[in-house]
Design a protein around this ligand. Structure first.
Ligand code: GLN
Length: 484
């Protein structure tokens, strides 16, 4: 068998379809890698070996009968543990859902398995998706495979670490304000936040419903595209899913002719690490040399993004998380009085960051403050969306850093939530505007840490992002560099 743990999803699929390897053998290769790498990294909260092997056996039987294989046949993958999996625990890395077994699959999960993927495990995260480091998990932090003294980013921390360490070629995360793109940048991966509504949220445990999107992380642009295409398209179970038909599986050619790229010059300012600045500028130079027209662009209101997000996301989370009351789901601290039982169950079940957001969200929605915070934040959100609309009248893509710096040491931000919120400065504005955004690897720091550049596109123009990403992937020649 010529496949290795670093083979791409596309290579695995071709090898399976060509009869060179069975799905069961691919699953075994991945499971062995999980056994070797998961104990130190803590990327997966649970391994769903029986489910993966059962699906592999079905596909191998189909193959033996000469049946046509689905497009991702035999591709092992993991999903963030806030995506519901029928009969498999789905904890959101929270004590409050420690024993929760959903009675249904998230649409994104059932579409991937329907396309032939093998679900190998559930990935660690910051509790309910709230965080940027992977350290807010009730089940321990995940480590960065490139440097285990550093964070992998978050909140899709385990998804990113599993892909970067060669456990699986691809994973699903969720992105509310950056949770796919930021860990992708910290772990040297492609990470896509699709257009809001392009992928169903059915079965994604809600954090902030007007922002949440499911998106893929992968080691190659093509794999990220394939996973995105497989999960895209309308879903009657999610009323916010868009009616547009699913994305065709064939990736766009990496051609730049006629492409106008806006470099977000003010995002390359003093607060950005100089190595990150130089690598993003280098990516812009490659695009220009490859035939794109690169000019400067600006988003004058994007600086309000972090403040806006940290009003709107907690407001929505305080309402969404009200359902975890110790009665209907998960952890219960029994008390004589109902109100006391709510307080005790929520007090014991939620971690500090979740409590902080529920409190802040309840405050900004309270009578008397609603106008000062919530309504104002909604207006700022509209102003940011209008900035993007103006920029996209002139260019087809926007380019800037995904994060102000590379992965930082575990515990560095110890206890200072505000400094962590500021890490989301570049990933939040496209999320507020509902636009697709892709983090692409653009090089390494002198210390060997990966750096990501963010491409933002017009609504439903994910293909344009992948045209540029595919070009950069070839031009920068970063493929094949892996952590040990
Ligand atoms: N880091 C951001 C937060 O803590 C984004 C999280 C996310 O996208 N789920 O809210």
């Amino acid at each position: 068998m010529s496949l290795t743990i670093w083979s791409s999803a596309a290579e695995i699929r071709d090898a399976v379809a060509g009869g060179e390897v069975s799905c069961a053998e691919v699953a075994r290769l991945s499971l062995d890698r999980v056994s070797a790498r998961n104990p130190p990294l803590n990327a997966l909260l649970r391994v769903t070996e029986a489910r993966a092997l059962a699906r592999a056996a079905e596909l191998d039987a189909l193959c033996a009968r000469g049946g046509a294989l689905p497009p991702l046949a035999g591709v092992p993958l993991v999903v963030k543990d806030n995506l519901c999996t029928r009969g498999e625990r789905t904890t959101c890395a929270s004590r409050i859902l420690e024993d929760y077994e959903p009675p249904y699959d998230a649409t994104a999960v059932s579409r991937l398995e329907g396309a032939g993927a093998l679900l190998l495990g559930k990935a660690n995260l910051d509790e309910f998706g709230m965080g940027s480091t992977g350290e807010n998990s009730a089940f321990g932090p995940t480590l960065n495979p490139w440097d285990p003294a550093r964070v992998p980013g978050g909140s899709s921390s385990g998804a990113a670490a599993a892909v970067a360490s060669g456990m699986v070629p691809c994973a699903l995360g969720s992105d509310t304000g950056g949770s796919v793109r930021q860990p992708a940048a910290f772990c040297g991966l492609y990470g896509l936040r699709p257009t809001y509504g392009r992928v169903s949220r059915y079965g994604l445990v809600a954090f902030a419903s007007s922002l949440d999107q499911v998106g893929p992380l992968a080691r190659t642009a093509r794999d990220a595209f394939l996973a995105f295409a497989a999960i895209s398209g309308p879903d009657p179970a999610d009323s916010t899913s868009l009616p547009d038909p699913p994305e065709p599986l064939e990736p766009p050619a990496p051609r730049l002719e006629g492409l106008r790229v806006g470099l977000l010059a003010d995002q390359l300012g003093a607060d950005v690490d100089p190595e990150v600045r130089a690598l993003v500028a280098g990516a812009a130079e490659r695009l220009r040399a490859g035939g794109a027209e690169v000019r400067e662009a600006a988003l004058p209101h994007a600086g309000y993004g972090v403040a806006t997000y940290y009003v709107l996301a907690p407001a929505e989370c305080s309402s969404n998380l009200a359902r975890f009351d110790g009665v209907r789901y998960g952890l219960r601290e029994p008390r004589e009085e109902l109100l006391e039982q709510y307080e005790a169950s929520r007090g014991a079940g939620f971690g500090d960051e979740v409590k902080r957001r529920v409190l802040a969200g309840t405050f900004v929605l309270s009578a008397g403050y609603r106008g000062a915070f919530y309504e104002r934040a909604r207006r700022a959100r509209a102003a940011i969306a209008a900035d993007f609309a103006r920029a996209f009248a002139e260019v087809d893509l926007l380019l800037g850093p995904t994060t102000p710096g590379p992965a930082f040491p575990l515990g560095r931000e110890g206890g200072d939530p505000l400094s962590l919120y500021l890490c989301d400065v570049f990933t939040i504005p496209p999320a507020l505007a509902g636009l697709p955004a892709l983090s692409v690897p653009c090089g390494f720091t002198a210390a060997g840490l990966p750096v990501g550049a963010q491409l933002v596109g017009r609504r439903l123009e994910e293909r344009t992002l992948f045209r540029a990403a595919g070009f950069l992937e070839e031009a920068l020649g970063l493929a094949g560099r892996h952590p040990s």
